[in-house]
Design a protein around this ligand. Structure first.
Ligand code: SF4
Length: 387
């Protein structure tokens, strides 16, 4: 399957955390075109590469077919050794799980890139499960996440639960499934996250949570609700509900007393990331409209920033300086590649073997974060700031 051509349902599994929280976002977003970011394209490539390896693993293609296709894929703009290693890590995890399924059941069902249908709960609802394993009393869905920005958890993840629901709907009658396992593999962040639930729990969630919200979303009804899920909403820059939520901070009653209370300071601190993200989204949207569509925003104008100087011809610069008698040390600077670059080039294992003992880590900058943050608390000392 060409992954970039995977069909997308309007109530998609990948958008479920958004439309479950904010049902009217689905219809409101329809006026905006579907766009594909470079990260999404890279993710698509990783899925295609993993499908190739898994197809060989499952003997759907021969070694010669694998190598031929691999040769083509290595020409892709997204192919590099880091992506290759990440995909291999995912393929290893899936292979291990497939072997476990084979060991514990005589006739496991192993599917890759399978379209699943959860339309009994979500109008026109379907999606594509990366890997589905059904064996014994278990149904497992495995999903590859190619991103390296934010760790994605499988715990109570509605996308994974909808894939499981779809798989259960497609194949449930053929098997005596009792237990649902859901695994996200995000190799570039060393993240393997799993969750499990009983079939009854999944069906109860589908009936009581998904079905009513999906109906509202399909009809464009329900209440707007801003939150973390707005990050992937197409109307995030101009949505009034999100603006009002963020502007609540600006409307805090700062009249009396003259100094903020501790609770008010904490309210500002805990809202700041969301507020900054929202402000950045509005800024990017307004800029794109002004640049690309000549939009005139009242009281605003486009100006040119300070340009930066650069050489028009680096070879000519070297020639001119050499001819003028300047030494190579003046012309060039030598510098080591960064730790990240070398780790990427060598691979984590070789990097650790060769350079592990030569890497030191300076303590990170101390930050004030909400107490739910997973990092352990440290005790501040007044001197720490001045060391
Ligand atoms: S930006 Fe947030 S609140 Fe507004 S429609 Fe989208 S998901 Fe809902």
């Amino acid at each position: 399957m060409n992954h970039s051509e995977r069909a997308h349902a309007s109530l998609s599994a990948s958008g479920a955390s958004r439309w479950l929280a904010c049902p009217p976002s689905v219809r409101l977003s329809e006026q905006y075109e579907e766009t594909t970011s470079v990260f999404a394209k890279e993710g698509t490539f990783m899925h295609e590469l993993s499908e190739l390896y898994l197809s060989h693993e499952l003997k759907h293609i021969t070694k010669a077919q694998l190598n031929k296709k691999l040769k083509q894929m290595k020409q892709n703009e997204f192919y590099n050794t880091e992506i290759e290693r990440a995909v291999k890590t995912y393929v290893d995890v899936v292979t291990e799980k497939m072997n476990e399924a084979r060991a514990s059941s005589k006739d496991p069902l192993i599917l890759i890139e399978e379209r699943v249908d959860f339309s009994p709960y979500v109008p026109d609802g379907f999606g594509t499960g990366d890997v589905i394993l059904i064996y014994g009393d278990r149904l497992e869905v495995i999903d590859l996440k190619g991103g390296k920005g934010v760790k994605v958890s499988a715990v109570e993840n509605p996308q994974m639960q909808l894939y499981a629901l779809g798989a259960l709907n497609n194949f449930g009658v053929l098997y005596d499934t009792q237990k649902i396992l859901m695994t996200i593999v995000q190799p570039r962040l060393d993240n393997i996250s799993t969750d499990e639930m009983q079939v009854e729990e999944l069906l109860e969630w589908a009936e009581n949570e998904v079905k009513p919200k999906a109906e509202l979303a399909f009809k464009g009804e329900g209440d707007f609700m801003a939150g973390e899920h707005c990050r992937f909403c197409k109307v995030k820059a101009t949505c009034r509900a999100r603006a009002e939520e963020n502007l609540k901070l600006a409307c805090m009653d700062f009249q009396k007393p003259p100094l903020l209370t501790d609770d008010e300071v904490v309210e500002v601190l805990t809202s700041i990331d969301q507020l900054l993200n929202w402000a950045k989204d509005v800024q990017e949207y307004a800029f794109a409209m002004a640049m690309n569509e000549n939009k005139q925003w009242p009281g605003m104008k486009l100006v040119e920033g300070r340009g930066s100087r650069k050489y028009s011809d680096e070879n000519a610069v070297v020639e001119a300086l050499t001819a003028a008698g300047y030494d190579r040390d003046v012309i060039y600077k030598k510098s080591l590649n960064t730790i990240t670059t070398l780790e990427k080039e060598l691979g984590k294992k070789a990097f650790q073997e060769l350079l592990g003992s030569l890497i030191t880590k300076a303590p990170g900058k101390i930050k004030l974060v909400p107490e739910e943050d997973k990092r352990p608390e440290i005790k501040a000392s007044p001197e720490a700031d001045f060391q």
